[in-house]
Design a protein around this ligand. Structure first.
Ligand code: 5GP
Ligand code: ZN
Length: 128
């Protein structure tokens, strides 16, 4: 068990009905695993926008960043820390981009909070 889950007893998997990423977490929909621990799961994006495109999702269902609460503060930090660890494991020495799309104007299409990790090519800025 990772330190945060052990400390808080927070390694709880809450599931929302009709949520694509909850179905992936349950194993009902197959995915290509990249990383897993008590709090989160990372898998390859089905439509990669860069040579490396990984999604890091909390096992707890949270609709979006804007729906997160103060109780989620450490969990959000864990997601970013793990994203950095995955980037290191993937050899992204030149850098990478982390993205959290939120809501309709943010381009969020799956209503389960997730961090995009994009890397392996030079990425333009600003986004469209
Ligand atoms: P959003 O648009 O919500 O920020 O990101 C959702 C991401 O989920 C998209 O990049 C999309 O390609 C990815 N995605 C959608 N459906 C699936 C799926 O069934 N499996 C996987 N691995 N990724 C998916
Ligand atoms: Zn969900």
């Amino acid at each position: 068990m990772c330190a945060y889950a052990e400390y808080t007893g927070y390694g709880v998997h809450t599931t929302a009905m009709n949520c694509l990423f909850c179905s992936i977490l349950d194993g009902a929909i197959p995915s290509t695993a990249i990383y897993s621990d008590e709090l989160c799961y990372a898998f390859a994006d089905i439509a990669p926008q860069a040579p490396i495109h990984v999604l890091v999702v909390p096992r707890k269902h949270i609709d979006s960043l804007s729906a997160s609460t103060v109780e989620d503060t450490a969990l959000l930090g864990h997601l970013l820390k793990i994203t950095a660890e995955i980037a290191r494991q993937q050899g992204l020495k030149n850098g990478y981009r982390t993205v959290l799309n939120t809501g309709a104007d943010g381009g969020q299409t799956v209503a389960h909070l997730h961090v995009h990790l994009l890397g392996g090519r030079s990425l333009a800025w600003p986004p469209g």
